[in-house]
Design a protein around this ligand. Structure first.
Ligand code: PLP
Length: 381
């Protein structure tokens, strides 16, 4: 349709849509689908957060908030980032309705026609769409041959990042592979970013969900504070996906520019949700630990189950996803696995890495066992 902008037509419908439509059709027909496709914790939002939201509503925090976020939340975020070794002033923090909106605003602020953006594959599905909408072009480095790990001084990365590069997006722990990049690997990113004067978005959405390894924040490395945009949110660590609360932290000139987008579009993140965010950061440590321990158990169980069926899955040390090697035509494999075994997964090609299916283990152990059993019984493993 010529009435639609060229900009919006640059973006393909998501490869995951076929799967979720098919899953909905099956469920509408009464089929019990084991849904391992969704990227959200199966835990309720911790009670102190829900209580804080109710209290905030009762106290009348139901109007517009400052566009960059309420001071109490920006200050709690600055403290929380401080505990991770990141030094940000509350003025360098922008509270957004979800981490996705934070990424969208940052990409709109930094990427324009002709900008070059480097991604590490497999990469979270929305980066590509955001960059294309902004007019940028993508250069992709495939980490699949390295079991999804970013190895220190990876030659392919050094060959890709150049004086032409404007932005890199680094997501550790990674959705979809669960890989947590080592400090040595991130030092390599730093060296290239500094050498070629590249800004880096560090998407650290899963930084609280790691198993036995410490996640290094890119912005803590020498020379990175001034060129890093740290993106994070509440969806995953605090099981708050539907609340829509996230943020980014960056040098204040970038925050001020992005604030134009925020204030001219969504205005602000929901006022009482921001008050609940303060409770998340200050009162919920034990809930985060409990959920993380549960994810760790499920991950180990799932790896053993696949191993029992002779499937060797590269295991990541963070987030709650794994990439399972499947058929070359992963889209078809996922559609068939759903229609025949009634197990929903996401094709790896959606993340730039065909031949894999992404499974989320943010589901109960019973459902995970059931899922693997169904795949095995229907000849998918
Ligand atoms: N970044 C990554 C890597 C994600 O996996 C997600 C959610 O799936 C997001 C950002 C955005 O999360 P939200 O908008 O819910 O904060």
């Amino acid at each position: 349709n010529t009435d639609f902008t060229e900009r919006i037509q640059r973006v393909e419908p998501s490869a995951t849509i076929a799967i979720s439509n098919l899953a909905s059709e099956l469920e509408a027909d009464g089929v019990d689908v084991v849904d391992l496709s969704v990227g959200e914790p199966d835990f309720p939002t911790p009670e102190p957060i829900v209580d804080a939201a109710k209290d905030a509503m009762d106290a009348g925090h139901t109007g517009y908030a400052p566009s960059n976020g309420i001071p109490a939340l920006r200050s709690a975020i600055a403290d929380s980032l401080g505990e991770r070794g990141l030094s940000y002033d509350p003025a360098e923090i922008m509270v957004t309705p979800g981490g996705k909106q934070a990424l969208f605003e940052v990409v709109q602020t930094l990427v324009e026609d002709g900008s070059e953006v480097v991604l590490l594959d497999p990469a979270w599905v929305s980066y590509e769409a955001m960059v294309k909408i902004a007019g940028g072009s993508l250069e992709r480095v495939d980490l699949t041959p390295h079991d999804f790990q970013l190895e220190p001084a990876l030659p392919e990365l050094a060959e890709t990042v150049s004086a032409e590069t404007d932005l890199m997006i680094v997501n550790s722990p990674s959705n979809p592979s669960g890989a947590v990049f080592s400090e040595a690997a991130l030092d390599g990113v730093r060296d290239l970013a500094v050498e070629h004067d590249v800004t880096v978005i560090a998407d650290e959405m899963y930084d609280r969900i790691t198993y036995g390894v410490e996640q290094t924040s890119l912005g803590t490395l020498d020379g990175m504070a001034e060129r890093t945009v740290t993106v994070n949110g509440f969806s995953k660590a605090y099981s708050m996906t539907g609340w829509r609360l996230g943020y980014f932290a960056a040098p204040s000139d970038l925050v001020d520019q992005a604030d134009k987008l925020q204030s001219h579009s969504v205005t602000c993140a929901t006022n009482f949700v921001q008050h609940a965010g303060v409770a998340a950061l200050t009162e919920c440590e034990e809930y985060v630990t409990e959920m993380r321990d549960a994810f760790a158990e499920r991950r180990d169980m799932l790896v053993d189950l696949f191993d029992d069926h002779g499937v060797d899955v590269p295991v990541g040390d963070g987030a709650f996803y794994m990439m399972v090697p499947v058929a070359d035509d992963d889209q078809q494999w996922c559609e068939n696995a759903l229609s025949e075994a009634h197990v929903a997964t996401v094709p790896g090609s959606a993340f730039g890495t065909p031949g894999y299916a992404r499974l989320s283990y943010a589901a109960s152990t019973e459902r995970l066992q059931e899922g693997v059993e169904r795949l095995a019984n229907n000849g998918y493993l």
